[in-house]
Ligand binder design. Sequence first.
Ligand code: NDP
Length: 329
Amino acid sequence: MSYQANEKRYDRMLYRQVGQSGLKLPAISLGLWRNFGDDSPLTTQKDLILKAFDLGITHFDLANNYGGGAAERNFGRIFQDHLKPYRDELIIATKAGYQMWDGPYGDGGSRKYLMSSCDASLKRLGLDYVDIFYHHRHDPETPLAETAVALDSLVRSGKALYIGISNYSAADASAISDIFKALKTPFIINQMKYNLFEREFEDELKAVTLNEGIGNISFSPLAQGQLTNRYLNGIPEDSRISRKGALTDAVTFEHNLAKVRELQAIAEARQQTIAELAIAWQLRDSGVSSVLIGASRVSQLEENVKALDNLTFTDAELQAINAILKMTR
Ligand code: NDP
């Protein structure tokens, strides 16, 4: 039977403005970095994507290199078979910036690489355009203006609606924002690593994005699963660590687990799980437009969206969380 989206899909999700743009993203978005390559069953991928949409998750984040291109291909198949009638309800993003094919034109930030990569992504996805195209990382060997003009061209040629950057320093983000302003490029979003354990975003980048009117979407908000109950009783065989190897060095992992055990009491008092607390903690701040989670099973999606039920924190809770996180290594 053909897929019919849940009629109540917009009832519970929150949609938040991306910086000063007119675009709204779901407070929780789904990323396809892990679990959507050819090593994961397509039926599980389909179940995750369709469940996400049924929960109001309208935004799916990809990149040229996720699964070596397989994630875009697999998403494209699922889109073609099930989601095509809903194209105007979806925000589909992809990126280029890391090594993708052999030779000097398959990596970095040159016009040559970005234009070819976007065309290849559209082909794999089976789409005419993506909603957001990101430069995945700053390339010190390419002038910023070349990268910016190439991204601007993608918008002018109808291949992307909006532009984003990822993994840029505060100084590089500010510099490329100036170029985009001169070009009148719809540059609206920054994608950065941000979670309770990794808060470098707060140092300088956050102020730059707020100042420039750019929205933020955080990746690895659960520290790849460490900020959940996943590892509290050992390393499960079907977990990311078992499948992909260590997430961090063994000492940091143990320290992180100790912090999670302490955070659990705060989460329980808030009637939340650790994952819900970790997501809610980010969304309490309007500077984070969306939290970009990963998932290996539908139950994780269902749990994570429950974070929306309680996004406010008392000062005492925030202080207690900070005190735990400052535990010395
Ligand atoms: P998360 O920190 O959300 O980690 C996701 C993993 O955590 C899942 O695969 C699952 O692990 C575990 N998990 C999720 N929810 C739960 C839960 N409720 N209970 C227990 N475990 C849970 O994010 P990711 O690191 O996956 O990153 C998310 C997205 O961000 C990526 O898909 C990608 O789109 C983007 N990203 C962007 C980067 C960039 O450079 N711009 C870099 C990295 C990511 P398990 O598989 O073990 O079940």
